[in-house]
Design a protein. Sequence first.
Length: 398
Amino acid sequence: MLSISNRGNAMPASPIRKLVPYAEAAKKRGTKVYHLNIGQPDIETPKMVLDAVRNSDFKVLEYSHSAGNESYRRKLVDYYASVGIQVNHQQIIITTGGSEAIQFGFMACLDAGDEVIIPEPFYANYNGFAVAAGVKVVPVTSSIRNGFALPPIADFESKITARTKAIVICNPNNPTGYLYSKAEMEQLKELILKHNLYLFSDEAYREFCYEGEQTSAMHLTGVDDHVIIMDTISKRYSACGGRIGALVTKNQQVLDAVMKFAQARLSPPSFAQIAGEAAIDLPANYFDTTKAEYKKRRDLIIERLNKMEGVFCPNPGGAFYAIAELPIDDADQFCQWLLESFSHEQQTVMLAPATGFYGTPGLGKKEVRLAYVLNLEDINKAMDCLEVALKVYPGRTI
């Protein structure tokens, strides 16, 4: 009998998307579902970005350079300079979403059996990329009680073995929304220098910091060969479907290795590169408006959550996610129950169980991730649903 590979069997299901069939069934029953499970903003993609694609005029839809269009990479140099990152266009490789940047980075820098240390909870798809690359994710646990701050460096060092090759950080963080401070990033700098490790830095939410500024891994000095940035336009410009990202590093050996993977997949998407290039020409105040909107949404959802009996949710400093601890027995069962067995005024809310964001078995069973990507009215209605649901859920623990 034919069999599936060990890799295929080991590939984890997405905690963000695995409940989609239940949501679809709820909608067929006439229940409105508020999607707080996934980072898909309802903010409109900028018109000038879409118009750049609509008005593109060429006779042949050709491959681009495997590293991406040079015109786009040169414009990205100016974008990065605007946020204090000094690179040239040859140190940028355009990827199919931030996902491919992560995958290329793992494949180019790590061998099968190597280990990467990641503060948990972490973006669930790091697990998937690691499985594809044959890499082991070693979690170091952060706590909801201090807002998911960087765990003590001693905790990282206790996990380092001869197979450890990298630390992975997401700043601001998905799924917690935590914004790592300059001091915390400096601690990581000393760690990677001491143990000669790569630092992979996922900076997809760079623009969305509500208290304080983002410290990029590329703001750190003396670690140019260690740092690899994984980036994307998906959340920055509400262009998730464009699937365009970038891998940025000053390490020439890494660039050379990544280029071979980039050549093997031929080129990144052409239309999305046009969109990405146009996005850099948006007015300087574009992010002021979007950030202010997300901050209002954050303030509302955090206020509503913490007013519910038995709920605790720290105030996230960035991105557009929060993890809340609920008075429930099992987050996976609760999130499925919301879609399968519950409705309030023919409405319900879809959340992501936090278990899928932890690498340590058993953690996150009382936690859920919420993406505050809906407008204020919809967030209020979603919170109304959650508040009622928590009062009647059979597995409530208090």
